[in-house]
Ligand binder design. Structure first.
Ligand code: DP6
Length: 321
């Protein structure tokens, strides 16, 4: 009744923004991401033999209120499958700053799902684990399979992550420029809801099937220039939708713009590097392995960058104990 699992965070090249079904976390659009090997959440779930309140300890601090409620609701889905009522003790550790737009809910709910299923002895295949993770946090379904992962729209049964290529397919690095380590102001939960009020959402959704097809092809052929164009366009569109939601959401900070300008400068000079941002101010810069150090040095030198984290592609969520 006790198990530990690890899962990677992921960075979306095509973003999930807006829900078709808020209860089931079904997305309005398909998304595509890369797991991040060095941004990992490790979670231990232990079911005690009595019913009662769940305990959730995150990064050494016991949580209360909505944080533990969200974990309990997720455990209920797994408890229902296993037909048990036992309370759980969940201990989770992020290897990176939580809540700074680094998708800790993705790695968190992927690790929680895989650890809880294993602790309960549920023999669930990857698609089902991914589907369950999606119910906890949408983007978490992309952290269950390994490498480069697509999450299609669809029904509750069909909308889950599936790996397009394993992590070893292409050694792209994500060099993350942290310009703000505080938790962000507007949650992605709220962002997904407000997206529906943006007059630009329809324009974005219309263009996405073409962009997704192009990105799939660029990944398969390891064509960085095409990947870079699609990734940057998509990130800018997410932020355009956020900024034009009613009320508007502005995730950017001065450091965000400084990094964007610098990445554009480097790219004009011929360095293969591109940017993307989630629902936060930090900037993820993708580059092939051989240029990683240059990108790290360039970003670290920017006055508004607090520090830089880097990661190559990561594997699937797995049970470690
Ligand atoms: C901007 O998966 O965090 O990172 O279901 O509320 O946890 P919840 O939403 P979440 O939304 C992710 C939004 C994003 C884009 C992406 O990762 O696709």
């Amino acid at each position: 009744m006790r198990s530990t699992a690890r899962a990677c965070a992921n960075i979306a090249l095509i973003k999930y923004w807006g829900r078709a079904d808020p209860e089931l976390n079904l997305p309005l659009n398909a998304s595509l991401s890369m797991n991040l090997a060095d941004l990992v959440t490790e979670t231990t779930v232990e079911f005690l033999d009595v019913p009662g309140e769940d305990v959730f300890v995150l990064d050494g601090r016991e949580r209360s209120g909505p944080e533990v409620a969200r974990v309990s609701r997720h455990l209920d889905r797994l408890r229902a499958r296993a037909e048990v009522e036992a309370a759980a003790r969940v201990e989770s550790r992020n290897g990176f700053p939580a809540g700074a737009g680094l998708a800790s809910s993705a790695s968190g709910f992927a690790a929680l799902t895989v650890a809880a299923a294993s602790a309960l002895g549920l023999p669930l295949a990857e698609p089902e684990l991914s589907r369950l993770a999606r119910l906890g946090s949408g983007s978490a379904c992309r952290s269950v399979p390994g490498g480069f992962v697509e999450w299609p729209t669809g029904s509750d049964a069909t909308s889950h992550g599936r790996s397009l290529h394993p992590a070893g397919h292409w050694e792209l690095w994500d060099v993350i420029a942290l310009v703000e380590e505080e938790a962000k102001g507007v949650s992605s939960l709220e962002g997904h809801r407000l997206a529906l009020s943006s007059p630009f959402l329809g324009t974005r959704l219309n263009g996405l099937p073409g962009r997704l097809a192009g990105l799939r092809r660029a990944l398969a052929e390891r064509d960085f220039a095409t990947l870079a164009r699609a990734t940057e366009e998509d990130a800018l569109e997410l932020h355009l939708v956020a900024m034009t939601s009613r009320p508007s959401i502005v995730y950017w900070q001065p450091g965000t713009v400084q990094v964007l300008q610098h990445v554009k400068r480097l790219s004009r000079q011929g360095l293969p590097v591109c940017f993307t941002m989630d629902a936060g101010a930090n900037v993820h810069c993708l580059t092939p392995a051989q240029h990683r150090r240059t990108v790290e040095v360039e970003l670290t030198a920017l006055p508004l960058v607090e520090r830089v984290l880097s990661s190559p592609p990561g594997g699937p969520a797995e049970v470690v104990e």
